[in-house]
Design a binder for this molecule. Structure first.
Ligand code: HEC
Length: 152
C-alpha cells in the first residue's frame, strides 16, 4: 500500500497517534517506589496483611505494582493521582512513623471505608480482583477494632 503523505496528515488516527505518544512524556511526579524502611511497615496477622497487600497497598504503600495498562497515559494520570492522595491519607509502609493519634484516627475510619469507598470504586471498575469479599471486610473490621484496643 502506498500512503499519500497529505492523506496521512489529514487522518484522524495519525493525529491521534501523535497526541497519544506525546502525552506519554508528560511527567507526573509520583514514583512507583519510594525509599522504604521495612521496619516502619505496619505489623498485622498474615491474613490481614494478605488482604491489605492485595487490595490496599496499590494506593496506600511505598511500593506499587501498576499493571501495564495503568502505566499508559491517560490512565496513568488517574492511577497516579489516586496513589498520591491515597498515600497522603494512609501509607501502611510508614505506619510506625505515625503518631498514636494518627494511627487511631486511621483505624477508626477503616471499618466505614471498606463498606463502599475502599478500594476506590473507580479503581475496582478495572481491577475486580481487588474487591473485598464479605469475609475479608469482616476480618479487616475486626482487626482494626482489636488493634485500636491494643494501641489505646
Ligand atoms: C485505587 C487507590 C486506592 C485503593 C486501592 C485503596 N484506597 Fe483508600 N484511599 C484512596 C484515596 C485516594 C484516599 C484519599 C481520598 C479519599 O478519601 O477519597 C483514600 C483514603 C482512605 C481512608 C481514609 C478515609 C477518610 O475518610 O479519610 C481509608 C481508611 C482508606 N483509604 C482505607 C483503605 C483500605 C482499607 C483499602 C483496601 C481495602 C484501600 N483504602 C484501598 C485510594 C485507595
Amino acid at each position: 500500500m502506498v500512503l499519500n503523505f497529505n492523506t496521512l496528515l489529514k487522518s484522524f488516527w495519525f493525529w491521534f497517534l501523535i497526541i497519544f505518544i506525546s502525552i506519554q512524556f508528560i511527567p507526573m511526579n509520583v514514583p512507583e517506589k519510594l525509599k522504604d524502611d521495612p521496619t516502619k511497615e505496619i505489623e498485622t496477622p498474615k491474613e490481614v496483611k494478605n488482604i491489605l497487600k492485595h487490595s490496599c497497598y496499590v494506593c496506600h504503600s511505598n511500593s506499587l505494582h501498576f499493571p501495564w495498562y495503568d502505566k499508559i497515559a491517560p490512565a496513568s494520570w488517574f492511577a497516579k493521582e489516586h496513589v498520591k492522595n491515597g498515600r497522603r491519607a494512609i501509607n501502611f509502609s510508614n505506619w510506625k512513623n505515625y503518631t498514636k493519634e494518627k494511627q487511631l484516627n486511621i483505624l477508626k475510619k477503616i471499618p466505614k471505608s471498606v463498606i463502599i469507598r475502599m478500594p476506590l470504586p473507580s479503581y475496582l471498575w478495572l481491577h475486580d480482583e481487588a474487591k473485598l469479599s464479605q469475609d475479608e471486610k469482616k476480618l479487616l473490621k475486626k482487626w482494626a477494632k482489636n488493634l485500636t484496643e491494643k494501641i489505646k
